[in-house]
Design a protein around this ligand. Structure first.
Ligand code: AP5
Length: 189
């Protein structure tokens, strides 16, 4: 790396399936002028059959595959100043890989936001959008499985960022605009 390269600054958006990560990250991307990088969108572009089958079941994909795909996206020129990550990291191994990536580039984590939405509301939102999303994992049974996996994997990740004082918890049941305003307020602090 050359010394005149900018140091990337990342924002992380956490939340269960259907919590509004993509909705908020997309609005923030326009507001801040940095790309929104969704691990789910990147993986859906992966047309491999085995990848699509795992995603349709609601299970997580292997850490090495996901980490490789997301970090490669972060290396693209449009993310040189930073990005908003949605859906990554989702395991402790992914969080460690991201920490190392940032350290190697003298990058920083600007903030992490956790959109807190109760499980029944998460499932209702996913079922509510299934006709428009055309996603094979958007049905009640798989949504419940995705929520279970989220509840299993996420606590240590949230603890990891909370321990560094970088985690903002936001009530994700508020309106989309209210959630966005709280994220913006959190960035100003
Ligand atoms: P991914 O694509 O990341 O899906 P997800 O986490 O389940 O979340 P969604 O994209 O479904 O929801 P969202 O939180 O973005 O909510 P949205 O804004 O769309 O992952 C899919 C799969 O990929 C995983 O199951 C796994 O297999 C694999 N994968 C991805 N990342 C991985 C990783 N890091 N490691 C391993 N595997 C990985 O909103 C949802 C709905 O709610 C919309 O209709 C929206 O309009 C509505 N809505 C949003 N905000 C509000 C609000 N405030 N009030 C009311 N409605 C709202």
């Amino acid at each position: 790396m050359t010394t005149d390269q900018p140091h990337p600054q990342l924002l992380l958006i956490f939340g269960g399936p259907g919590a509004g990560k993509g909705t908020q990250a997309s609005q923030l991307s326009q507001r801040l002028g940095v790309p929104h990088i969704s691990s789910g969108d990147l993986l859906r572009e992966h047309q491999r059959h085995d990848t699509q089958n795992v995603m349709s079941s609601g299970e997580l994909l292997p850490d090495d595959l996901v980490t490789r795909v997301v970090l490669a996206r972060l290396e693209q020129p449009d993310a040189a100043r930073g990005a908003i990550l949605d859906g990554f990291p989702r395991t402790v191994a992914q969080a460690r890989a991201l920490d190392t990536w940032l350290e190697q580039r003298s990058g920083t984590l600007r903030a992490a936001f956790y959109l807190d939405v109760p499980p029944d509301e998460l499932v209702a939102r996913i079922v509510g959008r299934q006709e428009s999303s055309h996603r094979r994992d958007d049905n009640a049974a798989v949504a419940e499985r995705r929520v279970d996996i989220f509840n299993r994997e996420m606590p240590p990740i949230l603890d990891h960022y909370a321990a560094h004082g970088q985690l903002h918890r936001i009530d994700g049941t508020q309106s989309i605009d209210q959630v966005q305003m709280q994220i913006v307020a959190g960035l100003g602090r």
